[in-house]
Write a protein that binds this ligand. Structure first.
Ligand SMILES: [Zn+2]
Length: 131
């Protein structure tokens, strides 16, 4: 078994088999897979939801700070902040086990949402084109 520093324990078998980057990116539609027991796990959608806001805030915060201070070095706040946020997600949000059937259901739901969104956009584009 290959154990590295900074690996998180699989919620199914407790083996430290999940890397920080895999954990931060693990959703119910694309869960992390344990190399030892093949168990699937993911981080709560709230972490990803909050992450989108944090990334947006960091991007604009760093850009505005750099413009105001006239210092391009402040743009580094963005990548540094993202790394800090990833470490925070790794430390605060637990990995939760998820069954294969639930992953399939979550993927169907996401596909339906994306499909619905695409249809809605197509309808709006068609309506706008007639004006
Ligand atoms: Zn495992």
């Amino acid at each position: 078994m290959n154990i590295r520093i900074g690996m998180f324990a699989c919620p199914s078998c407790q083996a430290p088999s999940i890397s920080l980057w895999r954990k931060v990116g693990a959703t119910d539609t694309f869960p992390a897979r344990c190399a030892r027991c093949n168990g699937l796990s993911f981080v709560s959608a709230w972490a990803h939801f909050a992450g989108a806001f944090v990334a947006e805030g960091l991007l604009w915060g760093a850009a505005i700070a750099a413009l105001l201070a006239k210092s391009w070095a402040l743009l580094l706040l963005f990548p540094v902040g993202l790394v800090a946020w990833s470490a925070l997600v790794g430390a605060v949000f637990p990995l939760r086990p998820i069954a294969r059937g639930e992953v399939r259901r979550a993927r169907r739901k996401t596909a339906a949402l994306l499909g619905g969104g695409a249809v809605l956009l197509a309808v709006i584009a068609l309506v706008a084109a007639r004006w």
